[in-house]
Ligand binder design. Structure first.
Ligand code: ZN
Length: 478
């Protein structure tokens, strides 16, 4: 029904990736376009600007009829690349990606480095290729593939931001500023998510939220001899442990306050069981466990639910602790821990943050100076029920471009944009997907883009846009 001739589309997408996308994406990987959180001087350093200009110039050179390419700059905010492709009818599809990156996370493996693009077989290594540089290229190639065959699609608007890895704090201003140009999309496509394997189209059904901030425990105005003071002055580290014990069970990692959990919808439990059947232990074996480290959870389905529907804590940074080589026998004045608490989909992040603060600051052990300073609160997301046309389109796209049918699973990460859009466009349908599969290791060392998956996903997007324009319950031409 889509009218897309598959063999020709496959050849088009393959050639476009090899000849047009890879040279530009390789250049993009080399740009240290760190998100503003990791490059507070981003305006002076100009790396975000380089990335967004590279992508804009590339888009302008592609054969998408009528494509408008614009870098939008609101004062003091990170730039945003806006693409508008005219289409059939009065309907709109909103596409999303981002060009800002996580920091280096050194060391990388032999021969690899964050800002050094290296192609090995099916993989393009380097920071930001998979998360999420490929998205803008894949979106435009999908549109070009449709144009190549004269297959209609609705008007498409792509928002490619440069603030995602910092929590998209500039995005609401752009959404408001661009609201008249975005219109009211009936379909939102986000290419910044994960995939359970590289064998099929993976649809993300939910995202976790996040509440993050710094827990600071101070016991002294300055450090003193630990032989002199221990036993009299309490350890700030021990007090931090005691405070964390209010939040999580130290043995299991379970988050204790019941108001930080939600009831998991039965359909999501059923989908997790199905995803566990497809993936088996590969779902968790992909993590590079050290030594005899065992995963949490008692079954594969439980592990999927743990990482998608349950809150868990990680301490992602610390201050007040000298490096090992510099450690003297000092009773240290302060321990500061950066806490990152993943929240279940739908749980209000502001309320969770307030709860976290109250929990940690109440009744400080030994009367120590304790503060929790929140710095990120993003509510997670649960997908609306899948419209029949979209269910059918995803099924066909996965079979046409991958072979097997699609799979549905929540993701453990947070994409602030999706939650914002879920609220802004409550009647829209969503396809949240991505290339962050086994080993891709976005945010860590040795990030890579799995090129066959990126190409197939590009094809799926073309098929989906064609099916969207063709859908029986589509908006009438206007
Ligand atoms: Zn991303």
């Amino acid at each position: 029904m889509s009218g897309l001739a598959l063999d020709a589309a496959r050849r088009f997408v393959e050639a476009a990736w090899e000849q047009r996308v890879l040279p530009a994406l390789t250049e993009y990987v080399a740009i240290p376009a760190r998100s503003p959180h990791f490059d507070p001087d981003w305006q002076a350093s100009g790396q975000l600007e380089r990335a967004v200009v590279l992508a804009a110039d590339w888009c302008r050179a592609q054969a998408v009829p009528g494509l408008r390419v614009e870098i939008v700059r609101l004062p003091g905010r990170t730039p945003l690349l806006l693409l508008e492709a005219p289409g059939r009818g009065g309907d709109t599809v909103l596409l999303y990606g981002h060009l800002d990156k996580q920091p280096e996370m050194e060391p990388w493996a032999e021969g690899l480095a964050p800002w050094r693009p290296v192609r090995r077989g099916d993989r393009l290594y380097g920071r930001g290729g998979a998360d999420d540089g490929y998205a803008v290229f894949a979106s435009v190639v999908a549109l070009a593939a449709l144009a190549d065959q004269g297959v209609p699609h609705a008007r498409c608007v792509a928002l490619i931001e440069t603030c995602e890895e910092s929590g998209s704090f500039d995005l609401p201003a752009y959404l408001e500023h661009l609201r008249p140009r975005i219109g009211s999309p009936s379909l939102v496509v986000c290419l910044d998510s994960g995939c359970g394997d590289y064998e099929r189209l993976w649809c993300t059904t939910s995202l976790r939220g996040i509440a993050a901030g710094v827990l600071r425990v101070r016991v002294l105005a300055e450090g003193v001899h630990s032989g002199d003071a221990s036993g009299v002055v309490p350890s700030s580290f021990r007090i931090a442990r005691a405070l964390l014990a209010r939040l999580e069970d130290a043995d299991s990692g379970r988050i204790l306050p019941p108001e930080l959990s939600v009831a998991i919808p039965p359909e999501r439990v059923a989908q997790a069981e199905e995803a566990a059947r497809v993936l088996g232990a590969a779902h968790w074996r992909r993590f590079p466990f050290a030594g005899g480290t065992r995963p949490l959870g008692t079954s594969d389905a439980e592990r999927i639910l743990n990482r998608t529907w349950r809150p868990f804590l990680e301490v992602i940074g610390a201050e007040g602790l000298p490096a090992l080589a510099d450690a003297g026998n000092v009773l240290r004045p302060e321990t500061a821990l950066k806490l990152s608490l993943r929240l279940p989909p739908g749980l209000d992040a502001e309320a969770a943050t307030a709860r976290l603060r109250a929990l940690l600051e109440a009744d400080p052990p030994a009367g120590a100076e304790v503060r929790f300073e929140p710095d990120q609160a993003t509510t997670g997301w649960n997908a609306p029920p899948l419209a029949p046309w979209l269910a059918g389109a995803l099924e066909r796209a996965s079979r046409d471009w991958f072979g097997p049918p699609p799979a549905f699973m929540g993701e453990g990460g947070t994409i602030p944009f999706v939650g914002l859009l879920g609220v802004a466009f409550p009647t829209a349908q969503f396809l949240i997907t991505g290339v962050l599969g086994p080993g891709a290791n976005a945010h860590g060392p040795n990030e890579f883009l799995h090129l066959p998956t990126a190409r197939r996903l590009t094809g799926c997007l073309a098929s989906l846009l064609a099916a969207h324009a063709d859908r029986p319950d589509g908006a009438p031409a206007g």
